[in-house]
Structures are given as C-alpha cells and as structure tokens.
Design a protein around this ligand. Structure first.
Ligand code: FES
Ligand code: FE2
Length: 442
C-alpha cells in the first residue's frame, strides 16, 4: 500500500470509530433467506456454479517440490491431479484416464516420471498428452491427440496454487483486481508452508465461514482473546468487485506498533493479530522468525484480513499468517482447512514460537466455531426464516449478492434470492470515497 492508501485507511478508521450510524445512503439489507443454508436445490446450484466457476486455492508449491511431484486434490468432490511440470510451471487435470476412467494417481502425494494409468497402462506426460498405450494396433482409427487428460485452469499467486474448473474464467489476477496488487507486499512467492490441518464442522459451510466475515461478534465470543487486542469499533470493511472483501481493524495499540502479548493492559492475553502468545511482553526484535520486510504499516498495526470469493479468508501479517478455507462435505457438514505460510526460517525445524502462535490462533478458531452446530439446528428448525444483517456484517451480504450473480440471477429461485441492494456506489473505490467525503465534510 502506498502512503495515500494508508492515509485513507487511517481516516476511515477514525470515521468508523466516530460514526453514529451507517454511512449516509447505505442500504437497508433485506433478510438473507434462511433456506440458502438448507435448500437442496440451492446446494446443487452452488455445486454447479460457484465451485465450478471460481478460483480455488488447491495447495502450496512446497507440497510438490520436485519435477514430477504431484498432489491429488478432491476438496470439491471433483478428482484433480496437480503436477509440477518444471521449476516454474504447474499443470492440473481431472484425475481420470481417457480410456475407461480409472484414476491416474491414487495416493495423496507422489512423484512420477510420467502419468501411467494403473488399469491398462495408458501413459500421459506432464501436459496431460497421451504419449503411449498398450497394444495400440488394436484401436482402430484412433487419434491419440484427442485423448489428452481433461485440463483444469491453474494459476500461481506466489507459491500458492489456484485452480478453476471453468476454462473460460477470467484470470485470478483480473478477478482479484486491486487485491492482487495489495498482496504484493507480502511476497507470496517467498513464503513457505509452515503447517496445515483441518477440522470437521457440523454445519453448512457458509455458516462456518461467515464467522470470519465480520467482527461484530468479537466482544461476545472472544472477550478474553481477540477483544483484548482488537478495536472492532474501528473496523473498516472494503467491498471489491467479484465478491471479494477486506477488513482492517486497528489493534488496541494502534497507531503504535503492537507489543507482543496482544494488549498493553493485559500481557497474558492473546491477540487476533497473529503474534506469539507470551507470558511476558516481548519486543518485536525478540521474535526469532524472519519477517516480511515489505509488509506495510497497516498489516503491522491492524488485523488486515482479506476474504476472497468463494471460500478463503486470510489475515495477513509480517511474520507469516494463516489461510482459512471452508469446503462443503454435505449440505450440513463442512471441512475447515487452515494453512500457514511464512518467510523462510532456514534449515531445520520451524522456530518453536510457531507452536504457541498456532495454538493461540486455534483457541480463537474454537471460539469462532462454537456456534456452528447450534446455528445448523436453528436453520433446520420449522421456524428459521431469515438473517437480518447490520452494517458491520456487510461483507456477508456483499458475498451473498455475488453468489447469486455467479449462479445467475434468474436461476436462483425467487424465495431464495438476495436483493442486489449494494449497488456500485458501495463497491471499491466508491465505497471508500463516499465514507471519506462524509468524514471530511464534518
Ligand atoms: S482405464 Fe486407464 S488405461 Fe484403461
Ligand atoms: Fe472470531
């Protein structure tokens, strides 16, 4: 972020702290129809559109370090194989042989000179081209060039591997727009994988994800953790095209750099800002983890978190940070993935401080997850009809608006539709300018 952007965010933090109501002209949100979490046809619409047409984070380059390394990825139910073709190129295909559909690879990770189907031995190169088969003379008038593995669109953002099942989709970079530029300061191409793990959650995937699209809940469910370190009243939401969003919530020590421990008042508290949980205050210099030197002032003084359509949330930070994702397992169960990336710490094991850092963060995640099952019971009840959202929860509304656009406005049954009340006036950069105009005219 350049200084002009930082200055705008600083003004917006002041604006949010001082405002007595939502910005002038901000729309009233109609209730989100409750059946969006329970309707089987809607679930199918998500499957056929959302998961099929958006960019999905499918891994990190460290998982496929060598030429020929591959990864089997099935988070959306579609069988996908991701292959390291060479140092800089990755390819992705459906993991299904063009002969009779057997899986090309059956292990989660592996390495192969070429991709050979175990059923009858058809052989494919890293581009998915059919380069050999057993007893070719027995296939009459057969054109191998028409039998390549089915391709999947793939793009790297730094070391992060994104895929898209829609071969016509706009590029990831284009989809992310200004966010792609903002993320440059975090040097994603130099960050290595620190850890990854999953939780099974007993609720619709959107219910679990939505806990991470607002900070309205902070005072209630994180009174001793996040709330101690983060001023949710100063949170600035930004709404980007294509359903993406960003929050910037100042830490309690803002505008000063925070001191480890998360709060100036309570040195034993943990902060949502991903810093180590320490029993004594530390200075920034005590941390053995290398930092991302180019990480900007906002990420160092605030929780700067992005939500990327459809299912990714990442609170970026200078020592490394988590990436959170939610995947539907069924209509009322999901898998919640957490993946941590950070600057290279050199040879050997990761610095020990990561253990306490990750534990503290997971404790916060448990707080976030505690209502998932309860809300699922509510949405499944006879009477649950809809969700009224506040201005503070506008990223959730914005996200749902985009979901309907991706499905196709005319394809969503009328009683499940989200009215498109967040017009372009409230999408970046217009949302920023409208609030700043109001702030500066005081
Ligand atoms: S199914 Fe793969 S070679 Fe027959
Ligand atoms: Fe939370």
């Amino acid at each position: 972020m350049d200084q002009a952007q930082i200055d705008k965010i600083k003004d917006l933090i002041s604006y949010e702290r001082e405002r007595k109501a939502p910005p002038k002209g901000f729309p009233k949100f109609p209730d989100l129809p409750g059946k969006r979490y329970t309707d089987k046809d809607f679930f199918e619409l998500e499957k056929e559109n959302l998961w099929k047409k958006t960019w999905l984070l499918a891994g990190h380059l460290d998982e496929i370090p060598e030429i020929g390394s591959y990864k089997l990825w099935e988070k959306t139910g579609q069988p996908v194989i991701i292959v390291r073709k060479n140092k800089n190129e990755i390819t992705a295909f459906y993991n299904m042989c063009r002969h009779r559909g057997a899986a090309i690879v059956r292990k989660k990770y592996g390495r192969a000179k070429s991709l050979i189907c175990g059923y009858h031995g058809w052989n494919y190169n890293y581009d998915g081209d059919l380069i050999g088969k057993r007893d070719p003379q027995d296939f009459v008038d057969f054109d191998d060039s028409c039998r390549s593995l089915h391709k999947i669109k793939i793009e790297l953002m730094g070391n992060l591997i994104f895929i898209n099942f829609d071969l016509e989709a706009m590029s990831l970079k284009e989809s992310l727009g200004p966010i792609h530029e903002e993320l440059q300061e975090f040097q994603l191409g130099s960050l290595r994988l620190v850890d990854q793990y999953s939780y099974d959650v007993k609720c619709n995937w959107k219910i679990a994800m939505e806990a991470n699209l607002e900070v309205y809940h902070v005072q209630s469910i994180h009174p001793k953790t996040v709330h101690v370190g983060l001023d949710y009243k100063g949170n600035v939401n930004t709404f980007y095209s294509n359903g993406h969003g960003r929050m910037v919530a100042p830490s309690r020590s803002y505008p000063e750099l925070p001191i480890y421990g998360g709060s100036n008042e309570d040195p034993n508290s943990t902060s949502y800002h991903p810093l180590p949980n320490s029993s004594k205050k530390q200075t920034i210099d005590d941390d053995p983890r290398p930092e991302i030197k180019t990480a900007g002032y906002i990420s160092r003084t605030c929780t700067q978190s992005y939500n990327l359509m459809p299912n990714l949330v990442t609170p970026v930070s200078e020592r490394g940070f988590p990436i959170l994702m939610w995947w539907p397992k069924s209509i009322n169960e999901c898998v919640f993935d957490v993946l941590w990336i950070a600057p290279d710490w050199g040879e050997g094991k990761r610095p020990k401080v990561w253990d306490s850092q990750i534990k503290a963060f997971n404790d916060v995640l448990s707080e976030d997850l505690q209502f998932g099952g309860w809300i699922q019971k509510a949405v499944d009840s006879y009477v649950f009809d809809g969700v009224p959202l506040s201005y503070q929860e506008a990223r959730i509304y914005h996200w749902h608006q985009e979901l309907d656009k991706i499905i196709g406005l005319n394809k969503v049954p009328q009683d499940l539709q989200v009215k498109q009340v967040m017009t372009d006036d409230w999408i970046y950069p217009n949302d920023v300018e409208r609030r700043l105009d109001e702030y500066n005219s005081k």
